[in-house]
Design a binder for this molecule. Structure first.
Ligand SMILES: NC(=O)CC[C@H](N)C(=O)O
Length: 297
């Protein structure tokens, strides 16, 4: 696939979803993109590392949830190191490619274990631009694996197209190491100033909270998700791909009875629709090489 192909507005938005090594949420992730109108391709990470698949043929690169490398050395650490240090035949790492991918204006998303990978790699929050780890995700304050539904509030100041127009959502979490730790007041201040803490855990009234179990892990800033400064890289601990249909929600029957007109779409789907529509609109406004040459002549 070449650039001309990627600018073709009739071509579906292409989402690449990585799997392998203990990742286990790739099918739901693909379902989310397909429901949002994109084409989703699930590929084993080795296919990319060995050069059989190029991330540059896609619009959105996705790291799903799961237990990559059995969470050995800390969730996401081994996979992040593989991306940073494993070199291909040309001496390039996948991180080199991802940096180029982002510099080309494309999008990266990580859910749960995928978010942990992006944080351990330093792609989030990446305040310095040097892709070195600045914050971490570690064991939940409860000391337990947390498997429950949570409520989230979107930071209205976030610049990320993933979150545009969204305010609150309900989604499940299922993780052991979701507690975001931001050490250093400078880092914390910069994250808050630039609204990179794009999602907060809230109570039933929608107020951000550190109270368990509304906040399932004790994260600093009650933070459930981060973006980088461009808004193109986005990760979150909860699983929006697990709430694509109203019928995924444990309380759907009562809610539907009380409100028969209730949408049958799950809250999580809105996030995928957002990014797919954003890429489509970017293509529509992109100037084709032919148009550009007309302007310059
Ligand atoms: N669902 C997940 O992706 C879990 C992530 C990681 N294995 C943890 O337990 O924290």
């Amino acid at each position: 696939m070449n650039d001309q192909h990627m600018n073709d507005t009739s071509q579906k938005v292409q989402a690449l979803i990585l799997t392998g090594f203990g990742i286990n949420c790739e099918e739901e992730y693909a379902a989310a993109y397909r429901l949002a109108g994109a084409e989703a391709t699930i590929v084993h990470l080795n296919q990319v590392l060995h050069g059989h698949v190029s991330i540059h043929d896609y619009d959105i690169l996705n790291f799903p949830g799961g237990f990559s490398f059995g969470d050995d050395l800390g969730s996401g650490v081994v996979l992040a190191n593989k991306l940073r240090y494993r070199k291909n035949a040309e001496g390039r790492t996948l991180l080199d490619d991802i940096k180029e991918f982002v510099a080309n204006g494309k999008f990266v998303m990580g859910i749960c274990n995928g978010f942990q990978v992006l944080v351990k790699l330093g792609l989030l929050p990446n305040l310095s631009g040097n892709v070195t780890p600045e914050v971490t995700l570690t064991h939940n304050a409860s000391g337990r694996y947390e498997d429950r539904w949570v409520r989230l509030k979107v930071n209205p100041k976030s610049n990320s197209p993933f979150l545009r127009g969204l305010d609150t959502m309900e989604v499940p979490v299922r993780h052991g190491e979701g507690r975001l730790i931001i050490s250093g007041t400078d880092t914390l201040t910069h994250i808050e100033e630039q609204a990179l803490n794009c999602l907060s855990y809230t109570d039933f009234d929608g107020s951000p909270t550190d109270v368990y179990p509304h906040n399932p892990n004790g994260a600093d800033l009650n933070c459930a998700g981060l973006t980088d400064t461009t808004g193109q890289v986005f990760g979150l601990m909860p699983h929006p791909e697990a709430f694509l249909s109203l019928y995924n929600h444990p309380d759907w029957a009562r809610r539907k009875r009380l409100n028969p007109g209730l949408s049958e779409e799950g809250d999580g789907l809105r996030l995928f629709r957002n990014i797919v529509e954003h890429v489509q609109s970017q293509r529509q406004t992109a100037v084709s090489p032919q148009e550009a040459s007309q302007f310059s002549s």
